[in-house]
Design a protein around this ligand. Structure first.
Ligand code: MSP
Length: 509
């Protein structure tokens, strides 16, 4: 199976924040999971560097747009790296290859007879980089997404005849109810189409920071058209000498938040149809991270710095917390207190503790080697539940239900902790006659933890690898494949004792 996963390309109008991290982490989880299934995966993220919003941010800093983006784009690239994202490419819309492809793409729209020059005036929100109908604004006339007043913008521009695609889009949507998920977002997109599509301006004459319209270099291509095309352009130059479009289009899944649903679920499909491409296989629309009840956004100024959180607590705790707390598809409130609570209870007490006590008991009671043991009545259920847990977690990842996958794994972590309490190895070790049972329990803990590591790997990959390493198990890409997730896949190896995986955060610390 082919699996091409994308994040939105983020505006470089400021420093990256946790909202950006959230989507990148989610996309990375899906990429890693699909690699574990043995799929052919390509994972793309990057930055959106053109347009008014970025040009304005540059002007505010007294820089040219070029200087500004050259300073900030590396911060976004660095964020992806810091998060442990395994993106196969990082696109910048100022890449000359992207710019050339955008020009070719709009030439195709023109050749299809879908471009016209017209005058237009409308209410434009620079934060959205988009026009609003008056009826859709907040009661006080502000943009409902950014809380700022749109400005009247009037220009003679090139138009894309979106209205021509209304029927075809509606038909395609009706024929494929899985195109956009969750269902509420699908309904929203479809009702938007059914309300009637108006042609959209796809060029700007008022700004210069963008890709020139190939047949009229006085105008630049609208930043949203430029940006959406990245999903295709990247495939043409990410691997020099190799055209990945054949291989990965249309096996593409777009991940994004609801703020940019219309662009992805309506405008992008129409542009694709016009240029002669198939529609994406799927789009998954998630909700917002909220802070103090409001969407976290650069424009609103209520942002948490992901670098600071990772410096203090590590990468995996951040990945875990965001995915555990805010189920993809819903909005969720995040806070430092919430983070510390889950860190201590779920990571330190439940998972971290299970790993250290299992490894240390194998160390003390069996000279540091995982004992061989048959699966008999003591562990038959634990073994079956472990294998079922991996399958259930996979079924959740398959439908982008990462929070549910985490919960499934954690139920099993608790099950293994109960096994320790019930069997009390520290008592078994004192009775000669219980040596076989102790072997089974210790073997079972190691085998169970190995399955936990495989199932949770997409979410907290560094921790999963550490668990395997503590259990003396190989942990290369081939060892992480889900086809290896059998109870009996454990190698009775020597364990490696190490410091706690998650040192507790002390109150006020
Ligand atoms: N540049 C456009 C996207 C072009 S894609 C062809 C853009 N950029 S953005 O920087 O504003 O990023 C928006 C995306 O960042 C959201 O769709 C979401 O993926 C992520 N998020 C930004 N803030 C977020 C939250 N507060 N919560 C969740 N996701 C957030 O729009």
């Amino acid at each position: 199976m082919r699996f091409y996963i994308t994040t939105p390309i983020y505006y470089v109008n400021g420093e990256p924040h946790l909202g950006h991290a959230y989507t990148t982490i989610a996309a990375d989880i899906l990429a890693r999971y699909h690699r574990q299934k043995g799929d052919d995966v390509f994972f793309l993220t990057g930055v959106d560097e053109h347009g008014n919003k970025v040009a304005q941010a540059a002007a505010e800093r007294g820089l040219t747009p070029r200087q500004h983006v050259d300073q900030l784009a590396p911060r976004f690239r660095h964020l992806a790296e810091q998060l442990g994202a395994t993106n196969d490419f990082f696109i910048r819309t100022t890449d000359p290859e992207h710019e050339a492809y955008v020009q070719q793409f709009v030439e195709r729209l023109k050749a299809a007879g879908d471009i016209e020059k017209r005058a237009y005036g409308g209410l434009y929100c620079t934060a959205c980089e988009g026009f609003w109908y008056e009826r859709d604004l907040a009661p006080d006339g502000t943009c409902p997404d950014h809380g700022i007043k749109p400005v009247w913008l009037e220009e003679e521009n090139y138009y894309f005849l979106l209205s021509k695609y209304q029927e075809r889009l509606a038909e395609l949507f009706r024929a494929n109810p899985d195109l956009v998920k969750p269902r509420s977002r699908y309904n929203e997109a479809l009702s938007f189409i059914d309300q009637g599509l108006e042609d959209i301006s796809i060029s700007r004459s008022s700004i210069t920071w963008g890709v020139p319209v190939p047949w009229d270099p006085e105008q630049v291509i609208y930043v949203w058209v430029d940006a959406l095309i990245n999903y295709l352009s990247a495939l043409t130059y990410a691997r020099p000498g190799e055209d990945l479009v054949e291989r990965f289009w249309p096996a593409v899944y777009h991940l994004l938040a609801k703020d940019i649903l219309k662009f992805h679920a309506v405008i992008w499909p129409a542009l694709l149809l016009s240029a002669g491409h198939s529609l994406p296989t799927g789009e998954f629309i998630h909700g917002y991270l909220l802070m103090g009840g409001e969407k976290m956004s650069k424009t609103r100024g209520n942002v948490l710095d992901p670098f600071a959180v990772m410096d203090q607590y590590g990468i995996d705790p951040l990945r875990f917390y965001l995915m555990r707390e805010v189920a993809l598809g819903q909005d969720g409130v995040i806070s430092l207190e919430g983070f510390e609570g889950r860190y201590n209870s779920e990571l330190a007490n439940e998972l971290g503790n299970l790993v250290s006590r299992s490894v240390s008991m194998i160390g003390k009671y069996r000279d540091g080697r995982i004992p061989e043991a048959p699966v008999d009545e003591v562990l038959r259920d634990v073994a079956a539940e472990g294998e079922a847990m991996v399958r259930a977690a996979g079924a959740h990842y398959d439908v982008v239900a990462v929070t549910a996958a985490i919960e499934t794994v954690w139920e099993y972590v608790r099950r293994l902790n109960r096994l320790v309490e019930e069997e009390a190895p520290w008592k078994l070790v004192k009775e000669e006659a219980q040596a076989g049972r102790l072997d089974m329990v210790l073997h079972g803990l190691a085998a169970g933890l190995r399955l936990v590591a495989l199932a949770i790997y997409p979410v907290i990959p560094g921790t999963a690898e550490k668990i395997l390493q503590r259990l003396g198990q190989a942990h290369g890409a081939a060892d992480l494949l889900l086809e290896k997730a059998a109870w009996t896949g454990l190698t009775p190896a020597a364990v490696v004792v190490g410091p706690p995986l998650f040192p507790r955060i002390e109150a006020g610390g």
